[in-house]
Design a protein around this ligand. Sequence first.
Ligand SMILES: [Ca+2]
Length: 397
Amino acid sequence: MSFFAVRLTYMRRIFAIATVMTMSLGVSTCAQATPFDSSSSSSPGSSLEGSSPGSSTSGSALADDFNLSEHGSFDEGWAMSFLPGTPYLLISERGGALQLRGQESGRVRQVSGTPEVYYEGQGGLHDVIPGPTFEEDGTVYLSWAREHPEGAQGVVGRGTLDTENATLNDLEVIWEQAPTSGEGHFALRLLVYDGFLHLTSGDRQKMSPAQELDNNLGATLRLTLDGEPAPGNPWDSELWTIGHRNPLGIAADGEGNLWVSEMGPRGGDELNLLVEGSNYGWPEASMGVHYDGSAIPDHSEEDGFQAPSEYWAPSISPGSLLIYQGDLFPDWQGTALVGGLSGQNLVHLRIDAPEAAIDAEWDAGARVRALAEAPDGAIWVLEDGAGGRLLELRPQT
Ligand SMILES: [Ca+2]
């Protein structure tokens, strides 16, 4: 990805926004009203230019463009996963509860057997995903923060979930994040891809460890399904990529690519294409500045770091990443959705590795913490915080 391509993407966005603001009709992407018109000619792999089926609907509410239904609320929900072969949605709450929602009945049961978590700052119970053998043996992977003599650390555990009795059994910690002081930037998003467990590990707000190869902070990791360093990793360790800050989203695009969304400093949120053995620059390069206002060199062509495929300035604090694969929004297959925490928005991006470009965004009216695609292709959105709503988005009819 060249820096200039990134810059071009950004300029295109500015241009699109300016065009909307001046009510000009000069941009073809503003012509259609719905964000999911299946008659669009775009397809995965096509050029990002002119492929947008939706207007740049900045300022539109979700209910303006989607058929939106509410399905109750949760207490500081952090992640959710549909469990294959079952009628259940599994939802983690940061305080430590794991909730099993029957999708037909709407009944919610709290799962027993969950670990004690370090519920401070940004810490708590984090991600939860079904393992690749879930349908046969109930295997799930969870991540959480726990107390440590040096402060706190993230861990990943593997267990078996009995959906009938709502119990988590045989939970075993299979990976540990380097422990340190502080309560932020654990990250700990999980993805099983290509037979390996991929995991994001935040910089724990210590910054410089993200550039070092002797720890697992500020990195993405590729592990075996047992939590060991995967064979063939670039540095002969568990590290897959380095130079990340607070990567809270990871997803595969169906074309053999992995993408990560991460919170940068002020004005430096990023969507990154993961390239094995690459360094994404934090804290040496960023399109943003430190929170105290001090400068950080921009990503550039010469700095040796992998520049973001897309970035946000001002920040939206991306808290989740979904790459859509369903049939309900056919034009969105292989495209990305990012949920903004501080941005309180849902952002749609066209991706065509190594490029990505913001296509449209909606005002969610609340911090968006998690996104998931239902088996029928509906998009589910979980709001952050106490009483955060669980929402289902379907095409308007
Ligand atoms: Ca970066």
